[in-house]
Design a protein around this ligand. Structure first.
Ligand SMILES: Nc1nc2c(ncn2[C@@H]2O[C@H](COP(=O)(O)OP(=O)(O)OP(=O)(O)O)[C@@H](O)[C@H]2O)c(=O)[nH]1
Ligand SMILES: [Mg+2]
Length: 202
């Protein structure tokens, strides 16, 4: 792939996870830095474009929000199609959403492209006092299911979101230097700097 094609490449990133874990709130936080007080369950999907610089190279991403309710589960493979990275979100205060991660990983492995990478994102870190899932527990699951990493964020107050987006850009940037995932089209909008972190575990 030529350098100019590589710069124009767009990576498809998909958020998935049980209903209520906060996917749409994370999406809003990434999109505008603000979140709504109340959020209705998602029906359908939406996406945003984001470009993050990694090693002086733009990493263009389209980030997709999906519906977590059971009745939409059969549609998910449509969104996984052509994806480069999937983020499995769970709620650190809800063991049920943690227990569902293996099923999400299976769905990704069964229906997403073979080169896809995925990681686990624990949301609602502002509710640490109500935590029902330990970090160690999730780290073990990361190894078990072959996820890239585990991050915790709070979509509500924004903690960890920028770090996670920068990690994602690093992961995609490094992967694109070492393999030949098929390119997709268009270039994104806003730009942040991902050059701070060096080890992504990809
Ligand atoms: N305390 C806290 N609440 C949050 C956080 N993120 C989301 N919420 C709340 O969790 C509820 C569900 O959030 P959504 O973003 O709609 O969840 P979702 O995963 O998009 O749900 P579906 O669209 O049904 O799949 C809402 O009341 C949010 O305000 C967070 O980081 N902390
Ligand atoms: Mg939603």
């Amino acid at each position: 792939m030529s350098a100019s094609n590589d710069r124009d490449r767009k990576f498809k990133v998909v958020l998935c996870g049980n209903s209520g874990v906060g996917k749409t709130t994370i999406f809003q936080r990434i999109e505008s830095g603000k979140v709504s007080e109340f959020s209705a369950p998602t029906v359908g999907s939406s996406y945003l474009n984001r470009t993050v610089m990694y090693q002086n190279r733009p990493i263009n991403m389209s980030i997709w929000d999906t519906a977590g309710q059971d009745q939409f589960r059969t549609i998910l493979p449509v969104y996984f199609r052509g994806s480069d990275y999937v983020i499995i979100v769970f709620d650190i205060t809800s063991i049920d959403t943690y227990n569902a991660i293996e099923n999400w990983a299976k769905l990704i492995k069964d229906t997403a492209p073979p080169y896809v990478k995925f990681s686990i994102l624990g949301n609602k870190s502002d509710l640490d006092h109500k935590r029902t899932v330990d970090v160690d527990q999730v780290q073990q699951l990361v190894s078990l299911i072959g996820a890239q990493n585990y991050y915790e964020v709070s979509a509500k107050n924004g903690d960890g979101i920028d770090d996670f987006i920068n990690y994602l850009a690093q992961c995609l940037g490094e992967a694109s230097q070492t393999n030949s995932n098929p390119p997709t089209v268009q270039i994104g909008a806003s730009t942040t700097d991902a050059t701070k972190k060096s080890e992504c575990g990809c």
